[in-house]
Design a protein around this ligand. Structure first.
Ligand SMILES: *Cc1c(COP(=O)(O)O)cnc(C)c1O
Length: 356
């Protein structure tokens, strides 16, 4: 079946998963809610290769990004940015009166372990924030190498935005020493938008205990404490509908097999990259290409909005470039539950529209 949304979130949700959103309500303070939330957490721990506790937030991923930097920066945060989402994380720090410095690289390039080392060596920082996958430029940062550097600095809390990759790429949270890994439901997890997920390490808990002004709704420590005290419940009413769907979808993901799922994402990426290089050029540094979306340089000067209108007539949609990169680049996402045939169908349709 040809699917519709090849934008980097929200993406299509399988009909059986969508149906679970319509599960009749239960009280959020009952045993059933505890059991549901614990079940979701245990499955997410498998997906993220972690023993850290999982926190679920009824917000999009941005809520937990803001919560993480605010709850866990004691002295100063080093925010590394290779695009729009890194810049946004820095803005979250500044507007919350959290001390932070921004380190960036040119669009289309990756953060290097060397620049992280140089920043952390100054001894000014006790938290670092970095994207695993930068959705505006199609970069997957070299997270293993960055982790090696960060782990040298025992005092530094390691926060990773994996909103557009978790569920589509292997991220071994405990092995990499990641304290807080953040993601949203509407991207590679293949669920509707509306919930955010993070891991919360022992080190992050200890750090948050030293931070005075953690806010209220996105206070990660308060969420954690409540969850522990009330057996997997949350301080405010969570989106139970998402929990029902997530519990079911995580079974599907684990049944597919994680390695198989990540391999499928790589194969979809390879298909799009080969097509892009045949007709256009890749925008992104070839050493750091994302397996969940591809950003393509518009070397043929096609009208991307027009292409998208034509695609939409056929029930599909891709994404224009992000911000200043609009019309100069375009983006095709290949994440979630799409199969190679779905991607091939999209590429064939674009070929037909553009007369390739
Ligand atoms: C989509 C995205 C976000 C924002 O997530 P929301 O769920 O929309 O708040 C943050 N970072 C990256 C890398 C993203 O792709």
């Amino acid at each position: 079946m040809a699917r519709k949304l090849f934008i980097p979130g929200p993406i299509d949700v399988m009909p059986d998963v969508l149906e679970k959103m319509a599960t009749p309500m239960i009280g959020h303070r009952g045993k059933d809610a505890s059991a549901l939330q614990e079940s979701v957490s245990k499955k997410l721990q498998k997906l993220f290769y972690t023993e850290s506790e999982i926190l679920l937030s009824t917000s999009s991923g941005s809520g937990l990004m803001e919560g993480a930097i605010r709850s866990c920066t004691s002295r100063k945060a080093a925010v590394f940015s290779c695009g729009a989402f890194g810049d946004r994380w820095y803005k979250m720090a500044v507007t919350n009166n959290v001390k932070a410095d921004l380190y960036n690289v040119d669009m289309g390039k990756a953060i290097t372990p060397e620049m992280v080392d140089a920043a952390l060596a100054t001894g000014q920082y006790d938290l670092i924030a970095v994207q695993h996958n930068e959705t505006s430029t199609g970069i997957t940062n070299p997270i293993e190498e960055i982790a090696k550097v960060v782990n040298k600095y025992k005092d530094v809390i390691f926060c990773v935005d994996a909103v557009s990759s978790a569920g589509g790429a292997k991220i071994e949270v405990d092995k990499l020493g990641i304290d807080i890994l953040i993601t949203s439901t509407q991207k590679a997890l293949g669920l509707p938008p509306g919930m955010a997920i993070c891991t919360f390490s022992e080190r992050a808990i200890k750090r948050a205990e030293t931070v005075e002004f953690r806010g209220t709704y996105f206070d990660l420590l308060a969420m954690y404490k409540y969850l522990k005290k009330k057996n997997y419940q949350y301080p405010s009413t969570p989106s139970l509908s998402h929990m029902f769907a997530m519990d079911y979808q995580l079974d599907n993901i684990l049944k597919e097999g994680l390695d198989k799922r990540f391999k499928r994402h790589e194969q979809m990426a390879n298909l799009v990259r080969a097509w892009a290089q045949k007709h256009f050029e890749l925008f992104t540094d070839k050493n750091h290409l994302s397996n969940t979306l591809t950003v393509i340089k518009n070397t043929q000067n096609i009208n991307i909005s027009q292409l998208n209108s034509k695609l939409m007539e056929k029930g599909m949609q891709i994404a224009n470039g992000y911000g200043d990169l609009k019309e100069k680049t375009f983006r095709i996402s290949h994440m979630g539950d799409y199969q190679l045939e779905d991607i091939q169908y999209l590429l064939d349709t674009i070929d037909e529209i553009l007369g390739f």
